[in-house]
Design a protein around this ligand. Structure first.
Ligand code: ADP
Ligand code: MG
Length: 736
């Protein structure tokens, strides 16, 4: 029996899932697979693992496994559950880089990618007695694949007399891809709907839709108005990325400086909302849209007090201090946790967040949602191999999730910064599952490692296109990770090779995995591990992001960057080390930061992103461990400070990188071609490179250490689109 802290006990009693405990547990006891749908904040993630624990699912041989599509959720929810149960050691998490699983672990929260990897070594998941797939509505690639695999594993475990329970949890009722898919579950699993106490949310559409350069300003203005004129209650603002979050946070903090001990003058604002709220019906899951109103119609009249003239919004009259907090996935976890704390007394909480707050994390006491309607999506172009981040309209379903965040504790309001016409005409109904939108060679390699020869026949909840399956299989073939089944063509499936099997042990993309698999000689491994770690971590440097191209930087940042570009030149030197180009910069940056003790101060001064450098450190450790497991006879120890590679090692590193990056080569446009071109083409061709495989014009990004050198042949890690097509992580190829 769990002894919960009193405060936890009180909060728990209020959650919708608590009153359904018996129904949920009966369904789970009687069925191998159960789907649970419940509004975000109804208590699924925090409570259902505890129900299972109390029902004895972790007291035998197996433990309770819970998967999350987001790392943030895996960490923060494991901490929360541990605290609620007052048994922090028994609730652990594991994400790609880190974890705190121990011999007492009973509930393990992990990313869906981590569990997929575990399947390669233990296909029946014998460690677990229950698997809970959380946030299934997000339709992340690994969630979808896990559901497909588990649909086969559950009956296999049944046969072995070691039953495994599968619980699929969703924040929306749109579960037909799982439930009505005969190929997946011949007997449809029961669906339990948690009746949530969702309060009405009034949706206000903008009259006009701001353009790309205006929506952030619009969000700022709306937040100011709400704060100045509407009753108490937290504000949650959805924007698209970390930069926007930080920009908006600092503007709001400037406008409403937070001073502890500020005197608070309460305006008489009570009641106004509630009376309107009471006239409305209760809300059901997925249904917010029926309450939508346009600002110019009906309801808007009663909101007249809110429609102040624009200029009034610029006056500072903060009746109450504002407590502004950022929330995005790269934010350090301690700072993320602040959003769950009540704001200082007398303050209004205002959280500026990315998608993370859509369903993964429930921020308490939000009454007002400001929705820009935008989301940042990574788009892939199969033909060019180019990936870009685009700011796009969200889907209707996701917008309704965002709106729903305003109705958890009382009636709320959602201010959509776009018109209802745009919403109706330009927003897709749902966000398509991720598996249909991105390359899947990493996934196909994992499946091959599980000896799935014909991936086409796999029971995907929503199958990826045939084309992307073919592309993935061809790429793995080119890397030597798979080979056609003997005597057959590739179309009838392929089988993993020994190289592919080694590659599948490394938790990185197939080309990086191959780099590791080929570095078992001449003591290359520590360098390759560091390179792969640096290449797979997001934005290790604080400069050179494509978004920064046209941005005006403050003077001190400019100076730091100028110093950093000098430093980079010094790092690569003049001799053989220069051949490794940006890769040498990465190696030296890691070595220098570690040598200085990896402090936030050192990183800030040297344009290194502290959180990224810490991730690199963790990933180096983890890759070192995976390499030692996969290649047992290798002599390998982790030298944090990483002395620079020798000439021979540098040359070999280049060879390995080259054999794994096949095709990513570009050649500078020769001077003679530029001279012969007409005026218009001349400016385009200057500094340009032509890719060998794609006949495309690309440019070395200004942040590259080879930007000024312009060597004749270069190898690049990837292309990305800014105002031109740029090469990232460039090295020089001599005598190619
Ligand atoms: P669901 O998974 O159904 O969306 P959760 O179990 O995540 O719901 O949340 C249930 C409640 O627990 C919410 O009111 C949420 O705000 C609260 N909660 C979740 N995590 C924390 C935390 N770290 N600190 C305080 N409250 C939390
Ligand atoms: Mg949840």
């Amino acid at each position: 029996v769990i002894q919960r802290p009193e405060e936890v006990q009180l909060n728990r009693a209020k959650l919708p899932v608590t009153s359904e405990e018996q129904t949920i547990m009966e369904a789970i006891n009687e069925n191998p697979i159960v789907v649970v749908c419940g509004e975000t904040g109804s208590g699924k993630t925090t409570q259902i693992p505890q129900f299972l624990y109390e029902a004895g699912y972790a007291s035998g041989d197996g433990i309770i496994g819970v998967t999350e599509p987001r790392r943030v959720a895996a960490i923060s929810m494991s901490q929360r559950i541990g605290l609620e149960m007052d048994r922090p050691r028994e609730v652990s998490y594991q994400i790609r880089y880190e974890g705190n699983v121990n011999k007492d672990t009973k509930i393990k929260l992990m990313t869906d990618g981590v569990l997929t990897r575990e399947l390669a070594s233990d296909f029946l998941l014998t460690k677990y007695s229950v698997i809970v797939i959380d946030e299934a509505h997000e339709r992340s690639v690994y969630t979808d694949v896990l559901i497909g695999l588990l649909s086969r594993i559950v009956p296999l475990r049944e046969k072995r007399g070691l039953p495994l329970k599968l619980i699929i949890m969703s924040a929306t009722l749109r579960v037909e891809d799982f439930v009505a898919n005969q190929n997946l579950f011949p007997t449809p699993p029961p669906v339990i709907k948690i009746d949530s106490r969702q309060y009405p949310v009034t949706i206000h559409f903008n009259k006009r839709t701001p353009n790309e350069s205006e929506y952030l300003e619009e969000a700022y203005k709306k937040a100011c108005k709400i704060h100045r004129e509407l009753p108490d209650g937290g504000i949650l603002i959805f924007v698209t990325g970390q930069q926007e979050v930080q920009a908006l946070c600092s503007r709001l903090r400037e406008t409403f400086p937070f001073r502890p001990n500020q005197t608070v003058v309460e305006g008489d604002t009570s009641g106004r909302d509630e009376s309107r709220a009471n006239r409305r019906k209760r809300f059901k899951l997925d249904d917010y849209a029926i309450q939508a109103i346009d600002e110019e119609e009906g309801e808007a009249a009663s909101d007249a007090e809110f429609d102040v003239e624009e200029d009034k919004a610029d006056q500072v009259s903060s009746r109450q201090p504002m407590f502004v907090l950022p929330l995005f996935s790269l934010l350090p976890s301690a700072k993320q946790a602040l959003v769950f704390q009540p704001p200082p007394a007398g303050c209004r909480l205002c959280v500026v967040a990315t998608n993370v707050a859509e369903t993964s994390l429930t921020i308490p006491d939000v009454k007002y949602v400001v929705d820009t309607g935008k989301t940042k999506t990574k788009l892939y172009d199969r033909n060019t191999g180019l990936s870009t981040f685009r700011i796009m309209w969200n889907s209707k379903a996701a917008s309704n999730q965002r709106a729903g965040r305003a109705g958890r504790t009382s009636a709320g309001h959602c201010y959509r910064l776009f018109s209802s016409a745009v919403f109706n005409d330009e927003f897709a109904q749902f966000t398509p599952p991720e598996i249909t939108r991105r390359p899947i060679e990493d996934l196909v390699l994992q499946m091959k490692a599980m000896n799935i020869e014909k991936v086409v026949n796999f029971p995907f909840p929503s199958p990826p296109s045939r084309e992307s399956l073919i592309v993935a299989e061809a790429e793995l073939l080119a890397l030597g990770a798979v080979q056609p089944v003997k005597g057959k063509t590739l179309a009838s499936g392929s089988r993993i090779t020994p190289l592919g099997r080694t590659m599948s042990n490394f938790p990185v993309a197939p080309r990086f995995a191959k780099m590791l698999a080929l570095s078992g000689q001449h003591d290359l491994m520590p360098y390759m591990i560091s390179l792969v770690a640096a290449l797979t971590v997001q934005e290790p440097f604080l400069e050179g992001k494509p978004e920064d191209d046209n941005q005006e930087l403050p003077e001190d940042a400019k100076q730091r960057q100028a110093y950093f570009s000098q430093l980079k030149k010094r790092w690569i030197g003049q001799g053989f080390s220069k051949m490794l180009g940006d890769l040498m910069v990465l190696l030296k940056a890691i070595g220098a930061a570690e040598f200085a003790g990896l402090t936030p101060e050192y990183c800030a001064e040297h344009c290194l992103r502290f959180k990224a450098m810490k991730e690199i450190r963790q990933l180096r450790q983890q890759l070192t461990n995976s390499v030692l497991l996969a290649v047992p006879n290798l002599e390998l120890s982790l030298d944090p400070n990483l002395s620079p590679p020798t000439e021979l090692q540098s040359k070999l590193l280049i060879q390995v990188v080259l054999s794994c990056m096949g095709g990513k080569i570009a050649r500078r446009i020769p001077a003679s071609v530029i001279a012969a071109a007409n005026v218009e083409d001349k400016s385009k061709l200057r500094h340009a490179y032509q890719t060998l495989s794609l006949e495309q014009l690309v440019y070395i990004h200004p942040s590259s250490v080879l930007f000024q050198d312009e060597p004749e042949f270069i190898l690049y890690q990837e292309l990305f689109e800014g105002n031109k097509i740029y090469c990232r992580n460039v090295l020089e190829l001599k005598g190619a």
